[in-house]
Design a protein around this ligand. Structure first.
Ligand code: GDP
Ligand code: MN
Length: 379
């Protein structure tokens, strides 16, 4: 789950990271009032959960409350990369002399948290990594010790931070790491960490991505979820306890198990098809869950065929098949369906599904090929 800039910065501030004075507004009038209170030049910043807002025209400087109102009005009418802007952050404007990138990520390869810094801040770090990888400095953090003072100092020197600012920089780096750990984030990033014309360090932007699997430990953070940023299908799936990710293809996938779902998508691709979604219905496959999952899959107009890939293990194949048939009741659709089912009581399961007018398959290869062919026929 991604947090907005204003939410991320508020968390950073709790850990001693300096942020500009400012407040979030939902309409132009509020933006004007905040600008009047700050009584300075302000920046009006669109709050959408994508990067590159600056380039897209979603960040503008206003000289007075009138201009703040006018620009907020403009920005609130925008869509950035398809996302509607519903809030703007009104921050006091800062004079940026230099932009630094500072972030912490879960580094799966190194099995630890890694702090990443770059003197080429401001632009997206992926771009820097691609074009000028030598400008990126990485520091592995041992979770038992946390970010050590000497590591933060070494990073400051590597980034060419002015020596009068090294102490402040180490406090910011330490605070950022602590915020990352405390929120169970997979990413906490300040881009840019601005060096101002007055030679101060301040977080001009902020981004936190939380680990969904740890959200149960943070009911307060769960409250920050912006439901606007999730499609209604994704919301429905989450509420039903299904893992669902929409994709661009035309073959809907309904699979019991995440690894099996990944394999299913791979095999569909291998046979020249394209999955319309990732969907793990989990164990058990009760009829109501199957029904919800199917409704979600079929709500995507691109779907030309649905492939069920079921592994009967502890949950027997015939049980799952009955759940599927039960779930199909009450759903009117002409989309063809292919079921591949293996494992305990697979044969009986297949018979049940064949009786319900589904194409069946014994192997995933066969199932995927049938689904790809059926989807082609429907075009
Ligand atoms: P992003 O484009 O979505 O990453 O949004 P940022 O918050 O990083 O803003 C993009 C760019 O706008 C920054 O790199 C800065 O160059 C500029 N910017 C943001 N806030 C301010 C500010 O308060 N003052 C000035 N002068 N520039 C700013
Ligand atoms: Mn940024």
């Amino acid at each position: 789950m991604k947090l907005h800039e204003y939410q991320s910065k508020a968390i950073f501030a709790q850990y001693g990271v300096p942020i500009p004075n400012g407040k979030v507004a939902s309409n132009a009038d509020e933006a004007r009032q905040i600008a009047a209170q700050l009584n300075k030049r302000v920046v009006i910043k669109s709050q959408v959960l994508v990067g590159g807002r600056g380039k897209a025209g979603g960040i503008k400087v206003a000289n007075d409350p009138d201009e703040a109102e006018q620009l907020a009005d403009q920005i609130l009418a925008m869509k950035i990369k398809g996302l509607p802007v519903r809030k703007v952050l009104v921050d006091e404007a800062i004079h940026i002399a230099k932009e630094i990138y500072l972030g912490v990520v879960v580094d799966r390869a190194a099995k630890c948290a890694t702090m990443i810094g770059s003197a080429a801040g401001g632009m997206e770090i992926e771009e820097v990594a691609r074009t000028t990888p030598e400008k990126i400095v990485r520091i592995k953090i041992d979770s038992a010790y946390g970010l050590l003072e000497y590591q933060a100092r070494a990073l400051a020197f590597a980034l060419g931070i002015d020596k009068t600012l090294v102490r402040d920089f180490t406090a910011i780096a330490t605070g950022l790491y602590r915020a990352f750990v405390a929120t169970d984030a997979t990413l906490a990033e300040i881009n840019p960490l601005a060096v101002t014309a007055e030679n101060k360090l301040i977080a001009a932007d902020g981004k936190i991505v939380l680990d969904d699997n740890a959200l149960y430990r943070h009911p307060d953070l769960e409250q920050l979820r912006d439901i606007d940023e999730e499609s209604s299908e994704e919301q429905r799936a989450r509420n039903a306890g299904l893992s669902y990710v929409k994709l661009d293809g035309d073959i809907g996938c309904m699979v019991n198990g995440a690894g099996l779902a990944m394999a299913t998508m791979d095999v569909i691709k291998f046979y020249g098809g394209a999955p319309a979604n990732f969907l793990d219905i989990g164990g058990g496959a009760k009829a109501d869950k199957v029904k919800t999952a199917l409704e979600i899959i079929l709500s995507d107009p691109n779907v030309k065929c649905v492939l069920f890939n079921i592994f009967g293990g502890i949950t027997r194949g015939d049980e799952v098949a009955r759940g599927v048939v039960e779930g199909l009741k009450g759903i009117k659709t002409r989309v063809p369906m292919v079921a591949r089912i293996v494992g305990t009581n697979a044969e009986e399961g297949r018979r049940i599904l064949a009786d319900a007018n589904m194409m069946t398959a014994e192997t995933l290869e066969e199932g995927a090929q049938k689904a790809v062919a059926a989807a082609k026929r429907m075009q």
